[in-house]
Design a protein around this ligand. Structure first.
Ligand code: ZN
Length: 381
């Protein structure tokens, strides 16, 4: 439904997450909540935020479509800053092998792993990748995600990587959600370069690698100095970090690189979670993301992710909300446009079915999103 002007008024809470850069450490607890609050938006941009009485004094309420939100919390649209949502095929068979306890190496030997997805992605046409991608976006959108990052990385050759990136830029145009594409080079070594890893890296550097803001998959399997590397390269984010070292934590905190944590992946793999509490206490800016992908984590469940972050990673509900809003926005380099309910930012706002953001981890794994407003347009869920 299209409305050029929308007013949300008398909201139980406007959770503003105010600001235009990543929040670090103790700052992550400050959500800037306004009780009995209002948000006015016009032509896709937020124009007024504040106590309802004050906002009503500054606008002509009769020009607006009014939403009374007495029993609802209003938050910025969520930013899922790390996914791999464009891929061909599924790997349900190999998931059942993993549940049986088969090793990753033995699964690889039977044709599983990233190479399995690579083959299916190379064999998929544009329309198939697009249709599956749209379904996954719809899923995320229904859970309040208004901006999603998506990586290539399943083609492993120039042509298929470009198809993945084209599908994402096309979906960015046609789906209400914003899709931020990232080129993921050297995700794995493809069969045509087997035994020639150096040649593959040369091929990536010389023929494939365009210039992007850098994001790093770091310290996922063993401590490898990935966080330290991300800090010295001034990456926008360092992701995974299950095995980050104490030095890595300090360096990320000091460099202000967003640490993107992916609890659904740790859960799916039955692995230990990244040390979120330690990282926030050390002053890091933490973001949370789904990591939706065909192998290690086939889940787009934002509600489940929030519950895992609070229950197992000891993040507070306030920190989890910051991690999914302003810090997620910072992790995709867009904290000045999205990620908070602030005047001048895009009108990306969600309304929950309950009057407080504290219901998010409390109702474990349940979708509490009632309404999504994206670029000032209203979508009832
Ligand atoms: Zn990933």
């Amino acid at each position: 439904m299209e409305n050029s002007k929308i007013l949300i008024r008398n909201a139980a809470q406007i959770v503003t997450c105010h600001g235009d850069k990543a929040r670090r450490g103790a700052e992550m607890s400050d959500l800037g909540v306004i009780e009995d609050g209002a948000v006015a938006m016009s032509d896709g941009v937020i124009t007024h935020v504040g106590p309802t009485e004050e906002v009503l004094r500054n606008i002509h309420a009769e020009d607006y479509l009014e939403i009374r939100a007495e029993n609802q919390a209003v938050l910025p649209g969520f930013v899922d800053s790390h996914t791999h949502f464009i891929f061909g095929g599924y790997r349900e068979e190999e998931f059942s092998w993993r549940l049986r306890g088969d090793s990753y190496m033995s699964i690889m030997e039977r044709g599983g792993g990233i190479v399995n997805t690579m083959k299916a992605t190379r064999e998929s046409d544009f329309d198939t990748l697009w249709d599956r991608g749209e379904e996954r976006l719809d899923e995320l959108f229904s859970m309040g995600v208004t901006t999603v990052e998506g990586k290539s990385g399943y083609g492993l050759d120039l042509q298929t990587e470009l198809v993945q990136l084209r599908v994402m830029s096309d979906l960015n145009e046609s789906h209400p959600m914003d899709v931020v594409s990232t080129f993921l080079g050297a995700h794995a070594v493809p069969p045509e370069f087997a035994g020639r890893t150096d040649d593959y890296v040369d091929y990536m550097i010389e023929e494939v690698l365009p210039r992007f803001k850098l994001k790093v998959h770091a310290d996922e399997i063993v401590p490898f100095g990935g966080a330290e590397l991300a800090a010295s390269l001034k990456c926008v984010s360092a992701d995974h970090l299950l095995h980050i070292s104490d030095t890595g934590i300090k360096r990320l905190a000091r460099a202000g690189v967003v640490a993107t944590l992916l609890p659904l992946t740790a859960f799916s793999l039955n692995e230990p979670y990244a040390p979120a509490r330690k990282m926030i206490d050390a002053g890091c800016a933490v973001a949370l993301a789904s990591d939706l992908n065909p192998g290690s984590c086939f889940s787009a469940s934002i509600p489940m992710m929030i519950a895992l972050a609070c229950i197992y990673m000891k993040m507070t509900p306030e920190e989890a909300v910051t991690a999914l809003t302003i810090n997620g926005a910072a992790a995709v380099g867009r904290a000045s446009e999205i990620g908070s309910i602030s005047v001048g930012k895009r009108a990306d706002v969600i309304l929950l079915k309950y009057p407080s953001y504290k219901f998010l981890p409390y109702h474990v794994g349940m979708n509490l999103v009632d309404t999504v407003i994206k670029d000032g347009e209203l979508y009832m869920m």
